[in-house]
Design a binder for this molecule. Structure first.
Ligand code: FES
Length: 158
């Protein structure tokens, strides 16, 4: 299969393999993802994990940037509330992320392409299940046409 065919398949529902970005905090959810791998819990290989020290490190602009680059779905995972290594980082995440879905909606992006979940270091099975369910949902939504919708917007980080 050549590059043109791959590109064409990505844009059709039949050959669609979602590209999903998963932010994992170092202390809990990344360990949960690792446990899923070590325990051989099966989940789709469509995800790319970005390891951050705390879910609180994920700024909304990271999510918009990912969508603008053609990612089909973005998932943020972190420690359960009360377990954050930095005490309240995930509480900031929770508050900040409440605004993301309405923002995505305003931009014409289906808010189901984004989600936030808490995964502990011992929840490898739950991590695998979360990835399977999220991938299924993105698969049903089909390929993202977000870069076309957003056009060339400039995201400025200060
Ligand atoms: S260290 Fe995991 S959410 Fe803060």
């Amino acid at each position: 299969m050549n590059n043109t065919q791959i590109e064409k398949n990505k844009n059709t529902k039949e050959g669609f393999k979602p590209e999903i970005l998963v932010f994992c905090c170092n202390w809990c959810s990344y360990a949960g993802a690792d446990l899923a791998g070590v325990s051989r819990f099966q989940y789709p290989p469509n995800i790319r994990i970005v390891r951050v020290m705390c879910s609180g490190r994920v700024e909304p602009v990271f999510i918009l940037d990912a969508f603008q680059r053609g990612i089909d779905g973005v998932l943020i995972t972190g420690c359960h509330i009360g377990d954050c290594h930095y005490i309240s980082g995930n509480e900031y995440t929770r508050e900040r992320m409440k605004h993301i879905k309405p923002l995505l909606k305003n931009l014409g992006i289906d808010a189901r392409r984004f989600d936030l979940h808490w995964i502990s270091a011992s929840e490898g099975k739950q991590f695998a299940e979360l990835i399977r369910n999220f991938t299924d949902n993105i698969q049903k939504l089909g390929p993202s046409n977000i870069p076309k919708k957003l056009g060339k917007i400039e995201i400025i980080c200060e």
